[in-house]
Each structure stands twice: as structure tokens, then as C-alpha cells.
Design a protein around this ligand. Sequence first.
Ligand SMILES: [Zn+2]
Length: 117
Amino acid sequence: MPISEDELKALRRSLIERLAVLRDLQDSTAEGRKPVELDQTSVGRLSRVDAMQRQAMALEVERRRGEERLRLEAALQRMDAGDFSYCIGCGEEIARGRLDVDPTAPTCIRCASAKPR
Ligand SMILES: [Zn+2]
């Protein structure tokens, strides 16, 4: 069953909300991604290693957030263009169940499994 106008509107709102949450998270966690101070005197080696590991984790989380943001923004653009729910690979309609699981999925299951992501 294709997505109705109302469903599309609701979905659009939820994508925009998620995007706002991600933006807030990106802003509020910026401090944790700053390069670790390499001042030998202020912190011991172990706590420096610890700080660097925490920073690496923060960067990884941020990278994933950035990817999700791009997917959300792309999905919203497809909605604006009227292309939402159509595969960007083959143009076929994306299965409803797939969009229910991930509304930002840009391709149908066939195209998604045809090339590694
Ligand atoms: Zn496809």
C-alpha cells in the first residue's frame, strides 16, 4: 500500500524532529570531541590514554550522527521533490515494510543488497 498524504506528513514531522534532536546532540557534545591536551604535567599517561579513547568514541558517535543526519536530510529532500518511497537506484516503489523499519532508506531491498553499503 502506498504512503498516504497524511502518513507522509506525519513521517515528515518525525524526520524533522529527529533531525533537530541530532543537531542539539551535535552541539551539546562538541566539547568531548576537542583534541586531547597533551600537557604532560597536568595529567598522567593513563588518564591521557583514557581521555584519548573517550575522544575517539565521541568522534565515532559523531560520525554516525552525521551519517544519520545526511540520510534524514536526503529523505526530506526526496519528500519535497515528490520522490519519497521510490528507489533512487531503480525507480521502483520501496516496499512499505522496509520504509516502516527505516523511513530514510533510499533504495529498494534489491538495490540495497546488490551493492554493499
Ligand atoms: Zn531499487
